[in-house]
Design a protein around this ligand. Sequence first.
Ligand code: NAP
Ligand code: GCO
Length: 265
Amino acid sequence: MIQELFDLTGQVALITGGTHGIGMVIGKVLGQAGAKICVNDIDADKLESCKKEYANVGVDVFTVKFNVTDEDDVERGISIIEKEVGAIDILVNNAGIIKRIPILDMPVADFKQVIDVDLVAPLIVAKRVAPKMIEKRSGKIINMCSMMSIYGRNSVSAYAAAKGGLKLLTANMTCEWAKYNLQINGIGPGYIATSQTAAIREGNHPFNDLVMTRTPAGRWGKPEDVGNAALFLASKASNFVNGHVLFVDGGILANFGYVAGENDI
Ligand code: NAP
Ligand code: GCO
């Protein structure tokens, strides 16, 4: 049955930073597909408050507070998950930050912090989780990339450097782990309406006009648009998809200069 391809019953999924935004929607979708959902965050209040959001869609979420950039904290957090829920079958490296500062103004410490969360942390968590997947000869890793994995723009140098690196880290994980039946892919969301983009979307920010006109679909993406792509990459339906970044962007990357609403000339 085609539905079985997307049935995650019995699978354990960890979504880092899954207490809101894109990560929460991914957790809800994978949970509704049958997976046991574990989420982490660095904020205990958010971990507590997200439980009712998940419960609203019938998902009983297991929460663990740990900092994805800290190897010892990751070891502690993953060990708790393995003891209380089970070995992780699906890892979604979703946690991420952005700092919009021009290169010349950006303190190196800030640059390093973005690299730590957005690039080094996915490595740390995957290194901790992959060995058991390799042992089982089965596993799914989804790294949250970005349009900035392939394009830059002013003021997001650290973020683009991290997400560009994450695209190729995804490729290298594939080169080393695909032979053990692990599938490691990225998702590259376009411009999605979450707290991360509120600063460039709200209050008549000019960037909002750019996104609305440059996106052929003529809208900001919703976290739900990304959640559905994650279900595909977390399921048996994508067992021969590997090292790929699936862009979920309303067509913006396909568009050189179309401005929504122009005559079709
Ligand atoms: P968000 O709302 O800012 O969520 C990011 C999550 O990561 C938050 O839960 C945050 O927790 C968590 N986090 C940050 N640092 C952490 C750390 N050191 N340890 C553990 N958790 C940490 O962002 P979003 O828009 O949902 O984005 C989710 C992912 O998609 C990110 O990787 C982002 O780069 C990527 N992405 C977003 C867009 C977009 O347009 N929104 C587009 C492309 C890619 P706290 O809130 O407690 O800090
Ligand atoms: C920005 C945005 C983007 C999006 C996303 C696009 O300031 O340009 O935050 O970086 O978050 O990464 O794919």
